[in-house]
Design a protein around this ligand. Structure first.
Ligand code: NAD
Length: 264
């Protein structure tokens, strides 16, 4: 039987598309037939991903985007429609690297950066994207939250609070734009094997994976491709009856979070 392309004819923006999870999502979208605008605060990283997609026979362009800047968010949406004719899919992946610290230790600047990038950036991208999705006849928004948006963690008030708010924003988007055939869902990854997550508390990916893996029911940390598979599901008609909710991709971590004395 011929392969079924789940996102054939879709046009997607991936913010934070130069990061590890964003890259995996952009590649998987393209391999499922979507055209992808890879947007990242680092144009160099976004370009590398778009080049790679094109080298593999896909359709992609790269743009520099700081999701905290309304004008840039509006422009990226506009460019996507100018280049590719429409917008149907938005993956909000960009997030700030927030230092660890209690509210006593954390600077106001760090707190604000976490909320500006992790939450307000999603608000801005959705603000400008929904009109184009409506014009396209509908669409799907995928917001990357975190398992840490469901629970509190030591010395992570800004990250946990901003990701918890992403879950709420997602519900409101689904409510307000359901009538326009626009679905909104979030993904909450557990610890994924990425450099950024590793270097927050460990010296290397290997050290982080060895420490975190046993806290997961599947005995290991997650892979970026596993988050990308969730993003494809939520962006495609395979999830047509799903909106305003969260896909927890955490290797079972939250199912037994109360039993560990060494939270990771
Ligand atoms: N890695 C994990 O274990 C893990 C777990 C749960 C949730 N997440 C979430 O997954 C997402 C991706 O994480 P990652 O591990 O791939 O991190 P990453 O650091 O590799 O990717 C984040 C990307 O966002 C970009 N970015 C930062 N600020 C930006 C801004 N203002 N505007 C546009 N782009 C900006 C960075 O340049 C980077 O390419 C984040 O939302 C993160 O919170 C990750």
């Amino acid at each position: 039987m011929a392969k079924q392309f789940l996102l054939k004819g879709r046009v997607a923006i991936v913010t934070g598309g130069g990061g590890e999870i964003g890259t995996a999502i952009a590649h998987r979208y393209a391999s499922e037939g979507a055209t992808v605008l890879v947007a990242d605060i680092s144009l160099e990283k976004a370009k590398a991903v778009a080049d790679d997609i094109r080298a593999n026979g896909g359709l992609a362009e790269a743009r520099a985007l700081d999701v905290t800047d309304p004008a840039q968010c509006e422009q990226v949406v506009k460019s996507t429609v100018e280049i590719f004719g429409k917008l149907t899919t938005l993956a909000n992946v960009a997030a700030a690297a927030t230092p660890l610290g209690t509210v006593e230790e954390l600077t106001l600047e760090s707190w604000r950066t976490a909320f500006d990038v992790n939450l307000t950036g999603m608000f801005l991208m959705c603000k400008y994207a929904v009109g184009e999705m409506r014009r396209a006849g509908g669409g799907a928004i995928v917001n990357i939250a975190s398992s840490h948006g469901h629970i509190g963690m030591p010395r992570r008030p800004a990250y946990c609070s901003s990701k918890g708010a992403v879950l709420q924003l997602t519900k409101c988007l689904a409510i307000d734009f359901g009538k326009d055939n626009i679905r909104a869902n979030s993904i909450s990854p557990g610890a994924i094997d990425t450099l950024r997550a590793a270097l927050q508390r460990f010296k290397s990916r290997e050290e982080a994976n060895a420490a975190k893996g046993p806290a997961y029911l599947v005995g290991r940390t997650g892979k970026t491709e596993e988050i990308a598979a969730g993003a494809v599901f939520l962006s495609s008609d395979e999830s047509a009856f799903m909106t305003g909710t969260d896909l927890l991709l955490d290797g079972g971590y939250l199912a037994f979070k109360g039993t560990t004395t060494n939270p990771v």
